[in-house]
Design a binder for this molecule. Structure first.
Ligand code: GLC
Ligand code: CA
Length: 510
């Protein structure tokens, strides 16, 4: 287990939209390099960069055409390696986004796989035996290749599924997981990982990590065996490299070998009750001031997974990601401060999505590169009030996506000069986390006040007590031997035997 994860705070960058340095309207590696000081000063010491490899960009780069080549719109492989080196000089690690479940339909492996003559890549993807034979419950495409057979999709039409085999094959075209061609797919993916790790990359965020073996059982036996094999490679050759899975099932993911797994947003799940419980008109999110939310709905889902996984790695909370509506969609600045205060003082490794630190909005936009509703969370970073919010020198209509043009659109520059800003709160929270071992990834966590229907939540982190009251009313909770307040948002205080939390307040007590 890489020790650096204990005190890691990740910053997710959607490279298209972070910083453009050559005026073509799209972000680039050089832009990330130029903003490394900003990221470090914010308190983040690790990056997750969305896929930045050669791609036709039908799914924003999650359709890879060449795993070993940087997309030219962001720069060259040398520029990406320079980014690793410059980041390391500032104490920042860099995780790339590995997409092991599928490639682009333009990947040369797929072109070879479509050929009528059998070749090395014929079984790299999942094909049935005849052009009129469907794929037994899997989404598939037929009639597009020389080869007679249909191929299985993993996500969009542009993303044919790589072939890691079937757990209990039932059809002649379903290969067993130990078939040499399925092992070859796994080895090809390990080769890609080694390629980047050897050049300074610090690990991977793994896309759709549960999707590899088809017809897998509930325990994901087939897929887990692949990740355990990958972990063996890391443990022996790259012990400092870290892997985080897009899975949402830490019991399986961490046991299989991932160091971290995300608590992903899902309709009605525990994570969604924190900031995104607005499916049914009314907003009952815990961090919504008048939402009458309730932390027990989060804990019911979170605690069993946290308990089951905590000796194997980290179950991680995110402010947002490139697939989710930004939290500013429904929360105002004060609500965001409290939500982030919670996320940054919980166990596991926290992830901050670029722009959330200033409360960037979700914009209603037409789809771009397969984004659909997600596009509104992928707009250019707002650095200042200059042209295109300081994102790019390009003309407005050649920007990757439009910049938020509202008069009160938040910017880094404006918030840097305002001590009461969300940006300052994020910085002070992350500084506190780095300074207190008790607030870091593996320190003990225990809820001490979490009642059904109650507005406040109090929890222990090691020797510290954290208390949050997102509601509009004052809440008094019994004190458990604290002596002083070491951090606060809003008005809260401590007396002999009680903690008094005024509306919308947050306290860390010693
Ligand atoms: C993951 C990514 C998402 C992508 C999909 C297919 O969910 O986060 O952006 O569209 O996988 O690769
Ligand atoms: Ca550019």
């Amino acid at each position: 287990m890489p020790q650096w994860l204990k005190d890691a705070v990740f910053y997710e960058i959607y490279p298209q939209s972070f910083k453009d340095t050559n005026g073509d309207g799209i972000g680039d590696f050089q832009g990330i390099i130029e903003k490394l000081d900003y990221i470090r000063d914010l308190g983040c010491n690790a990056l997750w960069i969305n896929p930045c490899f050669d791609s036709p960009f039908k799914d924003a780069g999650y359709d890879v055409r060449d795993y070993k080549k940087a997309a030219s719109r962001y720069g060259t492989n040398e520029d990406l390696c320079r980014l690793f080196a410059e980041a390391h000089k500032k104490g920042i690690r860099v995780l790339l986004d590995l997409v092991p479940g599928h490639t682009s339909e333009e990947h040369p492996w797929f072109t070879m796989s479509q050929k009528a003559e059998t070749n090395e890549y014929s079984n790299r993807y999942i094909w049935t035996s005849h052009c009129f034979e469907g794929a037994k419950g899997f989404p598939y495409i037929g009639g597009e290749s020389e080869r007679s057979g249909v191929y299985v999709l993993n996500f969009f039409k542009c993303q044919p599924a790589l072939n890691y085999g079937f757990l209990n094959p039932k059809e002649p075209w379903q290969l067993p997981v130990d078939h040499p061609d399925c092992i070859a797919t796994r080895e090809a993916m390990k080769d890609v990982m080694r390629y980047w790790l050897d050049q300074g990359c610090d690990g991977f965020r793994v896309d759709m990590a549960a999707s590899l073996v088809k017809n897998d059982d509930e325990e994901k036996t087939g897929t887990c065996a692949i990740w355990s094999n990958v972990r063996e490679m890391l443990d022996s050759d790259y012990p400092e490299a870290a892997m985080v899975s897009e899975w949402g099932n830490p019991q399986l993911a961490l046991k299989a070998g991932f160091h971290m797994d995300f608590f992903l947003n899902g309709r009605g799940n525990g994570y969604s009750t924190l900031m995104r419980d607005y499916e049914n008109q009314e907003d009952h999110s815990f961090f919504k001031k008048d939402g009458h939310g309730d932390i027990t709905r989060f804990l019911e889902d979170y605690l069993p997974r946290y308990e089951a996984s905590r000796d194997n790695g980290y179950f991680c909370l995110l402010t947002c990601n490139h697939d989710t509506l930004r939290p500013r969609y429904n929360l105002d600045e004060t609500e965001l401060k409290l939500a982030f205060a919670f996320i940054f003082t919980m166990p596991g490794v926290p992830y901050l999505y670029y722009g959330d630190e200033i409360g960037m909005r979700y914009l209603e936009l037409p789809t771009k590169e397969g984004g659909y509703f997600r596009t509104g969370s992928r707009t250019p970073m707002q650095w200042n009030h200059e042209k295109n919010a300081g994102f790019s020198e390009a003309e407005k209509d050649s920007l990757y996506l439009p910049v938020d043009e509202a008069d009160d659109a938040p910017t880094v520059a404006a918030q840097e000069s305002d001590p009461g800003s969300l940006l300052h709160t994020v910085k002070s929270l992350l500084a506190l986390r780095h300074a207190s071992a008790d607030l870091q990834a593996d320190a003990a966590f225990e809820p001490v006040y979490a009642e059904k229907g109650a507005a406040a939540f109090v929890y222990r982190r090691g020797a510290l007590t954290v208390a949050v009251n997102p509601s509009g009313g004052t809440v008094t909770v019994p004190s458990v031997g604290q002596k002083s307040v070491i951090y606060s948002i809003g008005n809260g205080r401590w007396e002999e035997d009680r903690i008094i939390l005024e509306p919308q307040s947050f306290l860390v007590l010693e």
